[in-house]
Design a protein around this ligand. Sequence first.
Ligand code: G6P
Ligand code: G6P
Ligand code: BGC
Ligand code: BGC
Length: 913
Amino acid sequence: MVTAVAQRLLSQRKQVDDTLAHFSLNRDQLRVVRDKMRVELERGLRKDSHSSASVKMLPAFVFQTPDGTERGKYLALDLGGTNFRVLVVKIRSGIRKSVRMYNKIYAIPHEIMQGTGEELFDHIVHCISDFLDYMGMKNTRLPLGFTFSFPCRQTGIDKVNLVSWTKGFKATDCEDHDVVDMLRDAIKRRNEFDLDIVAVVNDTVGTMMTCAYEDSKCEIGLIAGTGSNVCYMEDMRNIETVEGDEGQMCVNTEWGGFGENGCIEDIRTKFDREVDEGSLNSGKQRFEKMTSGMYLGEIVRQILIDLTKRGLLFRGRITEPLKTRGIFETKFLSQIESDRLALLQVRCILQQLGLDSTCDDSIIVKEVCGAVSHRAAQLCGAGMAAIVEKIRENRGLEHLEITVGVDGTLYKLHPHFSRVLKDTVRDLAPKCTVSFVLSEDGSGKGAALITAVARRYCGGAQQQYLYSMRFSDETLLEIMSRFRRELEKGLSQDTNPTATVKMLPTFVRSIPDGTEKGDFIALDLGGSNFRILRVKVSHEKKQTVQMETEIYDTPEDIIHGSGTRLFDHVAECLGDFMEKHKIKDKKLPVGFTFSFPCAQTKLDEGILLTWTKRFKASGVEGMDVVKLLNKAIKKRGDYEADIMAVVNDTVGTMMTCGFDDHRCEVGIIIGTGTNACYMEEMRHIELVEGDEGRMCINTEWGAFGDDGMLEDIRTDFDRDIDRGSLNPGKQLFEKMVSGMYMGELVRLILVKMAREGLLFEGRITPELLTKGKFETKHISAIEKSKEGLSKAKEILARLGVEPSADDCIAVQHVCAIVSFRSASLVAATLAAILTRLKDNKHVPRLKTTVGIDGSLYKMHPQYARRLHKTVRRLVPECDVRFLLSESGSGKGAAMVTAWAYRFPGLGSGRHKF
Ligand code: G6P
Ligand code: G6P
Ligand code: BGC
Ligand code: BGC
């Protein structure tokens, strides 16, 4: 017979079990959590979904984990966990590699955490001041790394805007403000000492770095403490919110926000909602409130209140302590759950908290704590499984081995949390072997390591000049619209005379139509090679092209001498070519690719407006180059030639590509120089009579900015390059973009960095100071993903510097910034041409092909991909095919010549003035 007492006990038991059942998650439920977390990770990374994602995936601007070469003495602050610490960190590299730290813990009173921003930062600076006094370091201006454990939107390692406070902080006037500015202002207000604030990092990032210093496999940082969060090394190509595709960057996931969009409501209990409602940031950080130390005790308290109200606990009496928010700290939870503790001791702890309990009560309290912490560990495990699986997929591995650096009081103090977490990860990510390493020294050490790296690569002034070379999409869109206006200015009769982008009519009216045939000679002058070609286009069943090419020298004394000598040289090479190919007796039609800005009123005339690039022969500007060449040929008298067309290399390239793809209507060159041409509607070309059909316009975009239009984005390096060039004040866009100048740009930056002691231990060699010693082909070699660093070492050694491993990485970084800037700028101007074509055609989407040539585009390992990607981002409404011209502009020049040969007289058109 069951007694009434036993029945009551049974029913009590059942009610408690029913309540706690809501906290037990089975495997399927955990898998769902893992998968939802994965979805949110992806959403946070993608540009289109980032703003509405609950897991913010904030770029941390840390590009690599430490490699042991870090060194120096740093100050570190560590704010946001249980303790606020100020530290000095001394890092040694080499064989005596070590890190020594001295720290002091300071309290942050509640009223300051939730007072004004000024009070909070004044308090922080007060603590720093005390620490510097204590260490006797008031007069040294140390670099500072700041661990700031709250969600921040960063645009650089020291450009850090607080998104929102979390955990126990709620100081006013801080959200949306720059953390570095607030700290600097407080330092100024105190006016006692100065600091060089180099880096701000999240505690997860600091923890990852601390652990990675010992274990290079550590690429994830986890905090299970007052708050909950994870960071990891993500591939740049997946982080759409930051420009650039190369390498990796650490992403601070801020997974504490998971569920803010309601996606885990099915597993949240009424107790989680109560905790949320009573918190400082209700509705926010829902995952954090189910998993971190600051809230687990609160969930326990809510359950205890509920059970007490239902008469199942504490004899039904809700006492004052039970009503007190925050009494159940993580440490009590950890103690209560300890297996070694007898029930009597549990009762003692409850007693300390002012809770008078029976033996049964203490059993129930222990069960409640267990259920809540078990769920927390499982949820963290499910989240971690999503992260490691993502990394494994990123790397295309069957199996991933990885280390997680972990910190936080919950992980460290709780008797079961870490075991349950690890079991869950093992279960939910079977293709990953995940090791967990406890961070012994907190995130301060990691912050100092990051500061060491940041100082080396991008610290201080150098950061500004390198950063000013990176453009956001907003800037690129602005440049695109400026260039769009330049196009219009150049086309209109009224504004053309003062336009810098000349928009030169070429009298080429269509791309090849497949009927061209004949035997032609093409001259190709103005790129890195001077070529002469014989192009035979036959037209039996199918159109075929046969080409024979010779490359001729153009020595510097000739291209910088008199025009007569230059054209005599060209005529001599042509004579030699005809001799070699035994065609001296034939008068073959000649097409002349002349890659300089020329005004044309017909196909076979080209008045050189100005030399560009390496050329500067006297007496040619203002003259018709066809006439000059004819004169030189006549003077020789040993052969005849019929020059039928002068074409720019962009036009030659468009025609070469148009031969294979009839959609091709743009030609661009990214080589020694840069330029573009495209097919414009005749009705918009006010300089040439006639409104029917289209004509190719040679934009001469290299001159974009010659009227000051790009001054806001030009750097001092660009100005130096211009000053030292053959044509100062001209082709300013070209000088920021093209191969002739890029190597020199990198050289100037390296010299500056070396002068500031940021490279080569401050050593500057005569080679490094010599103009032209660093070439664009070196950039291409250094940016190769596999052997890039060893190439850097080789190239720098040839410049007489003995680069360290860090130097090589830094130089690679500089090369990437300069070449990336070039690709971004070309993307912006090309995008402007594409939108113009689209508008001309009145179509909602433009499908088109761009023909491209040039050594920079062809040789640089990443250039093409960066350009294509940026164009697609800037003009998503255009479907662009990029077609590399395989056979140079000579073939295209022959196509134009074929046309001119077939329709003599049609290749002209009257200028209106
Ligand atoms: C780290 C840090 C703290 C950080 C903490 C998390 O090591 O140095 O700044 O926030 O661990 O732990 P806690 O449990 O204190 O929140
Ligand atoms: C083309 C040509 C050259 C042209 C060049 C641009 O294919 O045939 O005449 O100027 O590419 O490239 P470069 O890198 O040589 O300046
Ligand atoms: C913050 C994170 C931090 C975590 C652990 C969270 O509340 O949003 O930035 O990493 O706590 O301290
Ligand atoms: C010239 C253009 C040419 C480009 C690429 C520029 O310097 O002005 O006419 O198309 O270089 O070779």
